[in-house]
Design a protein around this ligand. Structure first.
Ligand code: FAD
Ligand code: UDP
Length: 364
């Protein structure tokens, strides 16, 4: 008999397993269909000893001291500020757009925020309401920059016209009026010095946590006894798709190894054009590994496969609401994480959500 069955050994599942065992002495069974812990943040060393993020580049960034301090009990950090270039009109330009991007693209010589603001004002198109991705970007910086940097990348990433993508997705990307070429500006930006998987292993290294990998909840649920269920997989799958399937976007990853030390200038290069992939990642920039070889990952977005990105729109949110209403009636089951709550959450937001969930449990 377990106090908790936790489904999913990603950030949500592991943080809750750690808190419940360490602070409440609860007996936990933590399971995952995959053969490893860490969820989408899992990393591993390939045959040549290169550290690879199996499910795409993961850069930890947060403004939350609570989240940063909590994870710091389980890892040391490598300071890393993420840089991205976008391949536009045959040039590799800083992205998010900053002064250098505009100067290089349009042959300008701007140096002040005032000039950038005036430039964007002159290019932007008035939108009565900012509802879609397109409204957000065109309303802020105009058609040309939208078409060069955003339109095709987003069509590839989401498989739909950006008129049907939520403005909140566009709001993830700032537009800079200075020279800052970092992808994120959070207070803490780093990655675990020995990789994410080592950090996860430390998180769940507790005598009260039992881990079973390669097991699906739906096969196991009637075979074991437990008090409370914490489900961090897709919420629609838990309810047997009773109200239909929620939409997720998936990715196919392809890896290519090169017999040279570095292959691209920054960790990530975005391709907002008609190439079949959206971005390439050279992990060594992120991991800081010193190695004579290097590895490049290509991301090919697709509809089928592991559910990586919730596709939020009025239709899917209406379906999600039905599942959420069911949650209220489902005793002793908690839904946490990016898939469990059907939200486009970063790692730090999932940790924050999991710590808050624990606080609520602890108060009861
Ligand atoms: P997950 O990591 O998805 O874990 C859920 C686990 O549940 C999975 O391992 C799954 O196998 C398991 N599961 C599902 N159903 C079942 C079942 N029925 N039975 C058993 N197990 C089940 N965030 C950042 O902060 N920075 C980044 O740079 C960043 N880059 C990203 C890049 C990509 C390509 C992607 C896809 C995401 C990125 N993220 C990034 C987001 C980050 O991956 C998530 O916020 C985080 O991993 C979510 O953790 P989670 O525990 O909610 O879910
Ligand atoms: N995006 C874009 N051009 C880019 C990078 C991002 O249009 O060069 C859009 C795209 O729709 C993407 C969204 O901005 O899904 C959010 O980008 P982010 O880098 O946050 O995506 P993630 O790292 O979560 O895949």
């Amino acid at each position: 008999m377990y106090d908790y069955l936790i489904v999913g050994a990603g950030f949500a599942g592991c943080v809750l397993a750690e808190r419940l065992s360490t602070l409440k002495n609860k007996k936990i069974l933590l399971i995952d269909t995959r053969s490893h812990v860490g969820g989408n943040a899992y990393d591993y060393f390939d045959d040549d000893g290169l550290l690879v993020h199996m499910y795409g580049p993961h850069i930890f960034h947060t403004n939350s001291s609570r989240v940063f301090n909590y994870l710091s009990d389980f890892t040391n950090w490598r300071f890393y500020e993420h840089k991205v270039l976008s391949y536009v009109d045959g040039k590799y330009l800083p992205f998010p757009i900053n002064i250098d991007t505009i100067n290089n693209l349009y042959g300008k010589n701007f140096s002040h925020a005032k000039e950038m603001k005036a430039f964007f004002r002159s290019r932007s198109e008035f939108r009565e309401e900012i509802l879609s991705f397109e409204d957000y970007v065109v309303g802020k910086i105009g058609w040309d920059l939208y078409e060069k940097f955003f339109k095709n990348y987003s069509i590839k990433q989401w498989g739909i016209d950006p008129r049907n993508i939520s403005a909140s997705v566009a709001a993830r990307i700032p537009v800079r009026t200075n020279f800052d070429d970092r992808y994120f500006t959070d207070k803490y930006q780093c990655i675990p010095s020995n990789g994410y998987t080592k950090m996860f292993n430390k998180l769940i290294d507790h005598p009260k946590i039992e881990i079973k990998l390669g097991i699906n909840y739906h096969e196991l649920k009637r075979k074991i006894e437990y008090g409370t269920l914490i489900f961090t997989g897709p919420i629609d799958s838990y309810f047997g798709y009773k109200y239909g399937r929620l939409k997720y976007r998936s990715l196919n990853f392809s890896f290519k190894e090169f017999d040279k030390e570095y292959i691209q200038r920054t960790a990530v290069i975005n391709y907002p054009n008609d190439f079949p992939y959206t971005r390439t990642t050279e992990f060594k920039h992120i991991t800081g590994q010193s190695h004579p070889k290097t590895i490049l990952m290509y991301e090919f977005p697709c509809d089928t496969g592991d559910p990586y990105y919730p596709v939020q729109n009025s239709e899917t949110l209406a379906v999600f609401k039905k599942y959420k209403d069911m949650v209220g009636r489902t005793k002793k089951t908690l839904f946490v994480g990016r898939l469990g709550t059907y939200q486009y959450l970063n790692m730090d937001q999932v940790v924050e959500q999991s710590l808050s969930t624990f606080d609520r449990i602890a108060r009861c």
